[in-house]
Unconditional design. Sequence first.
Length: 210
Amino acid sequence: MTDTPRPVDDVPEGYMKDAQGRLVPVAQVKPQDLLEDELVRAIHAEAKLLARELAEFKKRGFSEVSALQSLLHEKYQAKLGGPKGNTTLSSYDGRLRVSVCMGESISFGPELQVAKSLLDELFEEWSEGANANLKTIVMEAFDVGQEGKLSATKILGLRRHNIDEPQWKRAMDAIADSIRIDSTKAYLRLHVRETPEHSWQMLPLDLAKA
């Protein structure tokens, strides 16, 4: 490692900017702080290159899958892919798999509060203690949790309960009407397995799973 860190942004030669934005002469910075700063910057510089390579790899992967889809459709009039654009390709030996998955970001409109009111009224009508488990499930579904956000999975899961009650069905209709698709994002996922008898394992492309 060098003794003097390279200038960053508008920092003059021979100075470093601290966390409060103040210019500090390099000679007054502790040696351990200099070493720590240089190491952090070196790791970030390398990570930035890797992030750029991953972004280029992802873009190239989408492009090549799309090219194959177009080629097969043009040559055989065959559509390669499933609902909502999901596509899975496999190597001939069945050991490698590439998937393009479309993930939707869901939020809820004001109709959701109508559904909550209908369910609250329904629980008040039911006798004390009746359907206690279902009431707990509903209350948990509408709990915003630690992050202050509703769980789309839990709310949509309420619609799977077959309750023969008109007000329940109206509440489920209100939930269906409240669904908003904010955005759709494409994911490129790679899986591998030793033999066709083994389970698929996702190839980790992020630090948390590497």
